[in-house]
Design a protein around this ligand. Structure first.
Ligand code: PMP
Length: 358
């Protein structure tokens, strides 16, 4: 606290990212990164931009990337005018709070969800109501219907984080149909690991904004690229906020690397399939050890053991050089969120757990 701070600063609750430990030889399963590298084509494109050109500003609209994203979704009628890109999907989400969710009324999101949402709500002074998940930790579409004019918008991840639970697309559509007067943001950070994207609904629902990231299924977390797809009016609002904040959120290597990553569909499919297969294998091993494993359509599993305290297990794993994520909030403090690594990394985790469970 300092007398130099603007008043809002002391009221903020900043987001706490998962640890990026400095220790060597860790099995790092705590921040949902990909165990595989980015597409070789992306790496080549990035290397190609490390040149004298770096003295020049990048394309402020990241046009090649918008074209590539629109082309990939051309089957759903998406054009570049319906694409927004930003410095990680976190930045895209922040702009969405500012540009589309701030109407002087509370917005709705689940009580157990991506913990950046309350942080953005605090930063942009958006009121919110946290809607409890069902007992099985799924999001109930009905809880987001029948709100009349009382709410300013809705945001939720699908699959949800940190549970991994997927809402069927028909349920997403029911939420869209029930809320034609407000924006519904569907945060699809993990959709590529088993869900069906809501991008196919964009042409029919002008109130839908779908947000995705290249940090997970395209293994570019270190590059910081995310995007949104929605009606051109929604994209315009995001562009207006972006161009009032930072005209060049994506640098030259990021635009080139992300474009190549989007275009390399074969590598994307191959690595997603590997992660999905490893997830099913890990889930089976954990169940065999007595864990409850929530059904996951993401690149992580959310698990609890009826006979063992989650914080103690996380500490024991850490002692073995294995990092997983443990959240301390009341309803989920007996769960561990475990990122899907290679099969080898998952086996190291399972062996360590087997020893500690006795
Ligand atoms: N949404 C959800 C649900 C997430 O878990 C994450 C990753 N922390 C993000 C968005 C942000 O990802 P990024 O900024 O790396 O695109």
């Amino acid at each position: 606290m300092s007398k130099f701070w603007s008043p809002i600063v002391s009221q903020l609750t900043p987001y706490t990212p998962g640890e990026q430990p400095k220790l060597a030889r860790l099995v790092k399963l705590n921040t949902n990164e990909s165990p595989y590298g980015p597409s070789p084509r992306a790496l080549a494109a990035i290397a190609g931009e490390v040149s004298d050109n770096l003295r020049l500003y990048p394309n402020p609209d990241a046009e090649p990337l918008k074209l590539a994203i629109a082309a990939r979704h051309a089957g759903d009628g998406i054009t570049p005018r319906e694409v927004f890109v930003g410095n990680g999907s976190d930045e895209v989400l922040a702009h969405a709070f500012h540009a589309l969710l701030k109407h002087g009324k509370p917005i709705l999101f689940p009580d157990i969800t991506y913990s950046f949402y309350p942080t953005y709500a605090g930063l942009y002074e958006v009121q919110y109501r946290a809607v409890p998940l069902a007992d099985d930790f799924t999001i109930r579409a009905d809880d987001y219907l029948g709100q009349g004019d009382a709410i300013g918008g809705i945001i939720f991840p699908n699959p949800n984080a940190p549970t991994g639970c997927l809402m069927p697309l028909a349920e997403v559509e029911r939420i869209l149909q029930g809320n034609p007067q407000r924006v519904v943001v569907v945060d699809e950070a993990y959709i590529d690991f088993g869900g069906i994207s809501a991008i196919g609904l964009v042409q029919r629902y002008p109130n839908l904004l779908v947000v995705q990231t290249l940090s997970k299924s395209r293994a570019l977390a270190g590059m910081r690229v995310g995007f949104a797809i929605g009606h051109a009016d929604l994209i315009d609002a995001l562009e207006r906020v972006k161009n009032s904040f930072n005209s060049y959120p994506l640098d030259r290597p990021a635009i080139a690397g992300a474009t190549a990553a989007i275009e390399d569909e074969a590598y994307f499919r191959k690595t997603c399939d590997l992660v999905i297969a490893s997830r099913e294998r890990l889930a089976a091993s954990l169940k065999a050890l007595g864990f409850d494993v929530l059904p996951s359509a993401a690149n992580f599993v959310f698990v609890r053991h009826p006979g063992h305290d989650a914080a103690t297990l996380a500490a024991r794993l850490r002692g073995d050089g294995i990092i997983v994520r443990h959240f301390t909030s009341a309803r989920i403090n007996q769960f561990l969120r475990i990122t899907i690594g290679t099969d080898e990394a998952c086996d190291i985790l399972v062996e360590s757990l087997r020893r500690h469970l006795g």
